[in-house]
Design a protein around this ligand. Structure first.
Ligand SMILES: NC(=O)c1ccc[n+]([C@@H]2O[C@H](COP(=O)([O-])OP(=O)(O)OC[C@H]3O[C@@H](n4cnc5c(N)ncnc54)[C@H](OP(=O)(O)O)[C@@H]3O)[C@@H](O)[C@H]2O)c1
Length: 338
């Protein structure tokens, strides 16, 4: 074990789009673990859009990062030293101690992951982790998906979106339409079996009208803004929307304008429902069983964008916010354990 670790601190709260100057990579000593603690060497960490909300002190659903302190987030690591009997050296663990190479944690802050599976550790940050459960809960519970539904997913080539489209197809959607920000992503969505896909950069309302000329039953929204307005226009009577995120407005310095067509909600009797994955933890066993089955049968395609090394963590995060990922964006900090 090295005596020091590198970790990212928040240096400033950004106004608008964050820049590298808002972060600082520092080297700090690794403290000796106390009784009941473990030393965790991180293998892979997550960067996620919700972290943009943690950079501001205003209301957000995750606690804000503090200026001058190490940032937090999902990571998978290996216990390299243990003073906690229930968590021996060699255990693979899921923690909230991302943004650093090594962390000293109370055993209660680490969730032990199954040993010796054929699942890459990074999947516990993606398809089998928070984004996977978000897709599952949002589509099946919040969106009340029904077989035969015509579904539209925004942010469709990202971590959550790429799973939503596939889950809907696997459960018998009538059609699945996805929007994304580049021709490459659109081509990948077609490969994944989407009925239609379009780049929102060519126009959202027109793209959706061409992809789903007869309308949609269910909208899974990762993007908000113009996407939500276009979807309200396309939803059929009794249509539903699961509001998962609104990334198009995360860097806005003024509140973005709302959809201009909200009055359609009355005549069409629409249901728009926001949700947080943390409210749906009870679905985890069902989710894990179902998704593991799809992974084993080869029905579900998993894609990741992997950046290498702690120095790349902030560039990866900034790139994620600009669409530099396909599938789940993760940062590898050490090789996978054997
Ligand atoms: N409610 C919850 O509990 C919960 C949990 C997890 C995630 N979320 C939300 O779900 C959404 C997706 O998260 P994720 O982890 O799967 O991230 P992701 O989709 O893998 O990555 C973010 C993507 O957002 C897209 N994007 C960025 N700016 C955009 C803009 N102005 N307009 C349209 N698209 C834009 C980019 O793709 P393009 O190249 O296509 O632009 C980028 O790749 C986010 O809104 C996130 O906050 C919510």
């Amino acid at each position: 074990m090295s005596a020091t670790t590198r970790e990212w601190h928040l240096a400033a709260q950004p106004h608008g789009e964050p820049t590298p100057a808002d972060f600082r990579l520092v080297e700090v000593p690794v403290p000796e673990p106390a009784e009941g603690q473990v030393v965790v060497r991180n293998v892979v960490m997550s960067v996620d859009p919700y972290m943009r909300g943690r950079m501001r002190s205003g209301p957000s659903y995750a606690p804000p990062w503090k200026v001058g302190e190490v940032m937090r987030g999902g990571a998978v690591g290996r216990v390299v030293a243990s003073r906690a009997p229930g968590l021996p050296e060699g255990s693979l663990v899921l923690t909230d101690a991302a943004w650093r190479e090594t962390a000293v944690l109370d055993a209660a802050q680490a969730t032990r992951l199954p040993a010796a599976t054929d699942v890459p550790p990074s999947w516990f940050l993606g398809v089998l982790g928070m984004p996977g459960l978000t897709a599952y809960a949002g589509l099946f519970r919040v969106g009340a998906f029904r077989e035969g539904d015509d579904v539209f997913v925004s942010g469709a080539a990202g971590a959550v979106g790429s799973l939503v489209g596939q889950f809907a197809r696997l459960r018998g959607a009538g059609s699945v339409v996805g929007s994304a920000g580049s021709p490459e992503k659109v081509a990948w969505l077609r490969e994944l079996g989407s009925t239609a896909a379009f780049s929102y950069r060519d126009g959202i309302t027109r793209g959706l009208a061409e992809a789903a000329p007869d309308g949609i039953d269910l909208f899974f929204d990762n993007v908000g803004g113009e996407h939500l307005e276009a979807a309200i226009g396309a939803l059929r009577v009794h249509g539903r929307a699961a509001l998962c995120g609104s990334i198009s407005g995360y860097n806005a310095v003024e509140p973005p304008p709302g959809p201009r067509n909200m009055s359609l909600m009355v005549g069409k009797r629409l249901t728009l429902r926001g949700f947080l994955v943390s409210d749906h933890a009870d679905l985890r066993p069902e989710f894990t069983g179902t998704v593991t089955g799809w992974l084993r049968s080869g029905d579900l395609v998993v894609r990741e964008t992997v950046r290498e090394g702690i120095e790349q963590a902030v560039p990866a995060f900034l790139d994620l916010l600009r669409g530099g990922n396909v599938g789940k964006m993760v940062v590898r900090l050490a090789p996978d354990p054997d």
